[in-house]
Design a protein. Structure first.
Length: 509
């Protein structure tokens, strides 16, 4: 009887995968910490620590179940730090006769493993990761022949297919979408709850990273690393979310507040993206909670949350596989500016950016609207090269894995795909940021001014963006009105001069 090697990648921590249903002494599971993975971008230190902890905890769970696991730490004596070379070594050393792996979610790893298998002289087999609601190619087939890939159409299909918030063939309560009800500013900070955390001492891992010269960004409190790094902890975060946060999730999902990082957000993205939790179990638990607590939790909150997971998350994954690798180099506006240095320090006079960036460096987290309407909005208005924007987003967030990072950043946020993900660019002046946050109150700049020393940079950059992209945007039916407003404005040239002044001094803002 031959011996099988099964590779488990760092974001494939799905204990419910059919692989693990039965133990077999002839199957060896392989997990490896590698510099190939810590080095393809400069990651936030909490992201590297989070991944290593979650992988280690998963390997212990597998061994407790009776599986044979070979786990290599970053400094293992045999670790070449390269996936293909490590695999070849283990296959030889353990006399492996058959190799198996789950389809990776990243294009980079997909190509590497395909290439590796081409040169293998033993048999191999690929498996689905059994995590997503759809297969890789589903979205491309679903929208075949269509010019636009509307998320809403896809989302409704998922609701119907998985019978989520449905009443027969109709949406529960008769409405598909509660977005309009979900746009409030936080007025009462007393409503806020502390996040569910699991403080751990992680100094042995940070010491390992130092010894192995892994370059990272951001900060870490070695005594209080607090992200969930096991399935048990992830389930506790989900329970906590249902009990304490869900009832206000939708209402405040777009709100930003300088005194709190997480508001009513779930903090589940890391657990989901490493597959410690499955999207369907998260959504089912939320739906069950809603069914039992309809007196305290409204459909608007629940639909808002479920839409993010079976809608946006699943849709982004479909876009990734439909459009890679071309997606990775799209640059619709031809933007080529360098990312300002303050993205790496948080040192800027713009209060909204200061808060969103400092928080990201401190916690490896910012919620969706901070990512989209503060940092992303600014990068787009300032014409930053999407490659630089991608590198920043891919490195800084604990949940950043290319399939969900690049589609959100290059697609939704930077419109570098020319409108595959979004029907129009997400840009705004200070008006929107002020409407949804308390940032403008403590800012060096004046949210109302477009011109002058104290003028908020967003205000002139906003019009400069539209003006310089007239040929690309004016015909877009969702934007035409902006151009009519711009045409009627009196101080056009002063606004454009102000924007030029700022564009030449991005690092000083
Ligand atoms: P919640 O607000 O509680 O939402 C619940 C869940 O819904 C999240 O955990 C996530 O799994 C899912 N979700 C919500 N919005 C999206 C979305 N737009 N795309 C995919 N899933 C979504 N998310 C990542 O997981 N990884 C990334 O690298 C990433 N990069 C982003 C970059 C930009 C520029 C933008 C605008 C968004 C990005 N997002 C990314 C989406 C979103 O910001 C995060 O999923 C969310 O902030 C994670 O925090 P949470 O778990 O508290 O989310
Ligand atoms: Fe940001 Fe402008 Fe408001 Fe300052 S005034 S916080 S720069 S939007």
């Amino acid at each position: 009887m031959g011996k099988t090697l099964r590779l488990v990648l760092g974001d494939q921590l799905n204990i419910q995968h059919s692989w693990f249903a039965e133990t077999d002494p002839d199957i060896l599971y392989l997990m490896m910490e590698m510099k190939q993975e810590t080095g393809y971008v400069k990651h936030h230190i909490q992201k590297v620590v989070g991944f290593f902890l979650a992988m280690r905890s998963f390997s212990v769970d597998l061994q407790d179940m009776g599986h044979q696991v070979l786990y290599w730490n970053l400094d293992d004596e045999n670790n070449t730090q390269n996936l293909s070379e490590n695999l070849s070594f283990v296959i030889n050393k353990h006399h492996i006769t058959h190799f198996e792996y789950q389809l990776p979610d990243e294009y980079r790893l997909d190509i590497q493993l395909d290439d590796f298998c081409k040169h293998l002289d033993i048999s191999f087999k690929k498996y689905d990761s059994e995590h997503f609601l759809t297969e890789r190619a589903f979205l491309a087939a679903f929208f075949k022949g269509k010019k636009t890939y509307l998320m809403e159409t896809f989302y409704r299909e998922m609701r119907k297919k998985y019978k989520i918030l449905m009443d027969g063939k109709e949406p529960l309560t008769g409405k598909w979408n509660y977005d309009q009800e979900n746009r409030n500013k936080l007025k009462d900070p007393l409503l806020l709850k502390k996040p569910k955390v699991f403080p751990k001492n992680v100094s042995s891992i940070t010491a390992l990273l130092e010894t192995m010269e892994v370059e990272t960004i951001g900060a870490i409190d070695e005594n209080n690393f607090d992200w969930p790094v096991s399935r048990g902890e992830s389930l506790e975060v989900l329970d906590y979310f249902c009990e304490h946060l869900l009832k206000r999730f939708g209402e405040y999902q777009d709100a930003m507040y300088s005194g709190d990082e997480f508001l009513f957000h779930s903090r589940l993205s890391f657990s989901l993206n490493t597959k410690m939790l499955s999207p369907l179990e998260v959504v089912s638990q939320v739906e069950r909670y809603f069914e039992c607590h309809q007196d305290s939790v409204s459909i608007a909150q629940v639909e808002g949350f479920i839409r993010q997971i079976i809608g946006w998350r699943e849709y982004m994954r479909g876009i990734y596989w439909a459009k890679m690798p071309e997606f990775g180099s799209m640059n619709y506006f031809g933007h080529d500016q360098k990312l300002p240095d303050f993205f790496w320090t948080g040192k800027t006079k713009m209060n909204c950016l200061k808060h969103s960036i400092s928080q990201s460096l401190k916690s490896a987290y910012a919620h969706h609207i901070q990512r989209l309407m503060v940092t992303g909005n600014f990068a787009l208005l300032a014409g930053i090269d999407p490659d630089e924007v991608d590198q920043w987003y891919l490195g800084i967030y604990i949940d950043a894995i290319e399939w969900v990072e690049i589609t959100n950043t290059r697609g939704m946020s930077q419109f570098a795909d020319g409108g595959i993900v979004g029907t129009k660019p997400y840009v705004s002046s200070a008006n929107y940021i002020d409407k949804m946050s308390d940032y403008c109150q403590g800012c060096h700049y004046d949210k109302k001014l477009k011109i002058g020393k104290k003028a908020c940079p967003f205000n002139s950059l906003y019009w400069h963006f539209y003006n310089r992209n007239t040929d690309k945007l004016a015909k877009n039916p969702r934007i035409g009105m902006m151009y009519r407003t711009w045409e009627k404005m009196k101080d056009k040239s002063a606004i454009l001069d102000q924007a030029e002044f700022y564009l030449e001094r991005l690092d000083e803002l």
